[in-house]
Design a protein around this ligand. Structure first.
Ligand code: NAI
Length: 214
């Protein structure tokens, strides 16, 4: 595997390659050409070749890509060959939906516990995952080797909670709260805003309608 810097645009596309390759493996496909992959993924074959060349050329000319090898290598680049213990802060609708999604575990993301400031939720279990009070947060993180915290609380409390997480060593935050967290550079934050995605869809609807009104 080459040591060269991979562009953010390529990294952003890797999960999609990973998903398609996983589906190919499930259906017993062992090799695939860039042309065939391009048809399935609706991207150009040259884009696929360019993207995958970043990793030292997984394919052989005229022979196609080895699906399992490519899947495993992309998994390693994405860190999916490792196990990440995760906690969820906020055990409301969103927190519970994340906890209920068991497929994250197959990718190595193990939800160990949930936390909520509402004492009425303490002790509740979602798919066997227990909700704890916020007073247990720091001790839990330190004693359970937690790598990732998902923030599923309103923006009002998010910055204070994020700071508490960072103070006890959390370096990766999956942020659903509608606010920028402005944390130190060594803390990785992935913001997820479903409403922004919906707005992009709305833009597409708008553009399509304008185009077809002409
Ligand atoms: P909800 O009201 O069902 O649950 C929020 C939970 O967070 C409650 O149980 C509450 O007690 C807890 N909470 C609030 N402040 C807290 C704090 N400082 N520390 C610990 N626990 C705290 O709300 P829902 O639907 O689960 O949404 C949660 C947040 O996520 C909302 O603010 C919403 O705007 C945001 N959200 C973001 C989405 C995204 O795509 N980024 C999508 C859906 C919701």
């Amino acid at each position: 595997m080459g040591e060269k810097e991979i562009s953010k645009a390529v990294i952003k596309r890797l999960p999609r390659y990973y998903r398609y390759l996983g589906e190919l493996m499930d259906s017993g496909v062992e090799r695939i050409s860039s042309g065939e992959l391009s048809k399935r993924m609706h991207v150009t074959a040259s884009q696929i070749r360019q993207d995958l060349n970043n990793f030292g050329g997984f394919g052989q000319q005229g022979y196609g890509y080895n699906v399992q090898y490519l899947y495993e290598e992309i998994g390693k680049i994405l860190g999916l060959d490792k196990r990440h213990n995760m906690i969820i802060i906020g055990a409301g609708n969103l927190g519970q939906a994340i906890a209920n999604y068991e497929n994250f575990e197959t990718r190595g993301f193990i939800t160990k516990a949930m936390f909520d400031k509402n004492p009425e939720l303490s002790g509740m279990k979602v798919r066997g995952i227990e909700v704890h009070g916020m007073d247990e947060l720091e001790d839990y993180i330190v004693s359970n080797d937690i790598h990732i915290a998902a923030l599923a609380i309103p923006k009002a409390g998010a910055i204070v909670v994020a700071q508490r997480l960072v103070n006890c060593g959390i370096k990766a935050i999956w942020n659903f709260a509608h606010t920028d967290l402005n944390l130190p550079k060594d803390v990785m934050v992935e913001n997820v805003h479903l409403s922004e995605s919906l707005m992009r869809l709305s833009y597409k609807i708008n553009s399509y309608e304008q185009e077809h009104r002409k």
